[in-house]
Design a protein around this ligand. Sequence first.
Ligand code: FES
Ligand SMILES: [Fe+2]
Length: 394
Amino acid sequence: MTDLYEKYGDAAERMLHFVETRTTDQAPDVMRVPVADYLSAERWQKEMDRIFLRLPLMLALTIELPAAGDYKAATVLNKPVLIARGKDGKARAFLNVCKHRAMHMAPEGKGNCARFACQYHGWTYANDGKLIGIAEASTFGEVDRATLNLTELPCDEAAGMIFVILTPGLSINAREWMDGMYEDFAALKLETWYYHKARPMDGANWKVAYDGYLEGYHFQAAHTNTVATRTPSNRATYEGFGPHIRLGFPQNSIVDLKGLPREEWGRQENHGFDFVRMLFPNFSFFLAPEMCQFAQLFPGPKPDQNTTVLNYIFPSKPETEEGLKALDEMCDFFYNVVLEEDYFLGLKVQNGLESGALTHQLFGRNEPGNQFFHKWLAYYLDESGQTPKPVMKG
Ligand code: FES
Ligand SMILES: [Fe+2]
């Protein structure tokens, strides 16, 4: 763990340097990404098939279903998904579909129950997915019950997060998948936090939206009176871990770190600098001094659309109504910044891409996070397996 805070300290030192010298982390070259990558239905389908249906997606925090019997049901990329914690304490994921005649089992949302009863004809399932009861079984006829359990999806829980792969039968290891970000997330002890709420937001193509989370170059122009009042534009550190990225954003107050011993700097997250933690392909975790907002981006239903779920968590639950109301106001403020200053802009970008004005988008040397992300997309989309794994050159 010491190591982790040493790395944070090194990042803080670089952020301070960037602020003092008006520089930033840079990629070796400018990168061009074809506009067609954002518009083509064929490309979009490939992204679904090779990325979203094959890689672990962070679909719930442990604190959303902490107790045995807790569940969360949601539609993810048009698939009904049920995550349920069994009597044994293990979180499992299933297609939320009854094996009789395909009715959705659990209603969307969260809850706690000992078993799920189908709303159509009343078949029942345990929260480990086993078929328990066929209604009026004596009249139904012979069936092999062992083949009628809920269809299980690969699911693994680590560092207070539950990852699911939307294709049955693939292997999953959340800790390995998180790579160097595992330690980082584990240190946050997310399993002890308070989950306040989630709010969805519609936006442009998922990559248009995700690109906005991957750089701080737009802070001054796009967030003049909000983000930019605390965080200078175009000063950021980028660290790659597998396909994941930790971005470091200095605050204007980062110069105050100089009043502290250097070995303390790594412990000052949110006091002079902030991190945004990105998990490929669609997760962005922003830990701010006042609150934590994390985004899950879900492409579709068409290539020019995504739905982003913005989630709000806090270190602890306030004891009073006023305290809870204050959290709501804070969440709404940050939600509106994303809506009015990022996603609003994203819709214009989407339209701009569709206009035919550009054949390629440009990602500057000062946008290494975007470059890294697009290179990892290319890596996963390459069926030939010839593309090497991208590395971040800081
Ligand atoms: S579809 Fe579920 S019991 Fe018939
Ligand atoms: Fe932004």
